[in-house]
Design a protein around this ligand. Sequence first.
Ligand SMILES: Nc1ncnc2c1ncn2[C@@H]1O[C@H](COP(=O)(O)OP(=O)(O)OP(=O)(O)O)[C@@H](O)[C@H]1O
Length: 240
Amino acid sequence: MIEIKQLKSGYRGIQALKGVDLTVREGEMVAIIGANGAGKSTLLNTLSGVVRAQSGSIVFDGTEVSRMPAHTISRLGLLHVPEGRQVLADMTIRENLMLGALARSRRAALYDIDKVVSMFPILGERMDQMAGTLSGGQQQMMVIGRALMGTPRVLLLDEPSLGLSPLITHQVFEALATLHQEGLTIVIVEQNANRALAATERAYVMERGLIAQHGNSSDLLNDPAIIEHYLGSAESAVID
Ligand SMILES: Nc1ncnc2c1ncn2[C@@H]1O[C@H](COP(=O)(O)OP(=O)(O)OP(=O)(O)O)[C@@H](O)[C@H]1O
């Protein structure tokens, strides 16, 4: 479904991706883990067209998307929930969710507000409240809901557990597991490697702009080198 080959991209003076190869098959839930600055966010940003690819290719469902603008890529169904969430604080939850529907093309809507609310009931109770008044966990649920309103074929999530308590993180990952069971293809970037490996089938480990390792998530969870480098120090700060 997504085939990335020798992808290079970065910023003025910084080569953040140095030739990444990665495959995501339809219906898979895949994790991308790695230390701070390894290039995980840049990879998602390049996939969604927010950062321009310098070279290499990204084929999504048979279409080369690496030179396409972000709005075209989102209309194809590659939807990105960025790190930091980009909540429109002075708009209501309903308005934030409806904005997500703008990313939809002519594909039949799979998710509407009722479906998002059934997944995250707390949003239903607060629909006409300003989004800025929500807790971090509720905001994360809302931005996932906003992406669902765009009828994703693939959901790209950047650090969904960042700043959330273990309980709220658990709720968010439960919702992702449900979406995965419904057939949605999901790619998760996570600092919280333990959580990401436990939730996914396959994973890629990034180091300094390259894929250092990939394999079954359960194998990586038991790999001594992975345990030493990425597990055990991955608890995110609790602010929820
Ligand atoms: N907007 C930017 N402008 C310039 N350099 C950037 C920008 N964003 C990231 N970088 C640099 O690109 C490299 C890869 O960063 P990236 O954010 O992709 O890593 P990451 O693995 O997602 O880490 P983190 O978890 O800290 O976000 C780093 O050297 C980082 O400093």
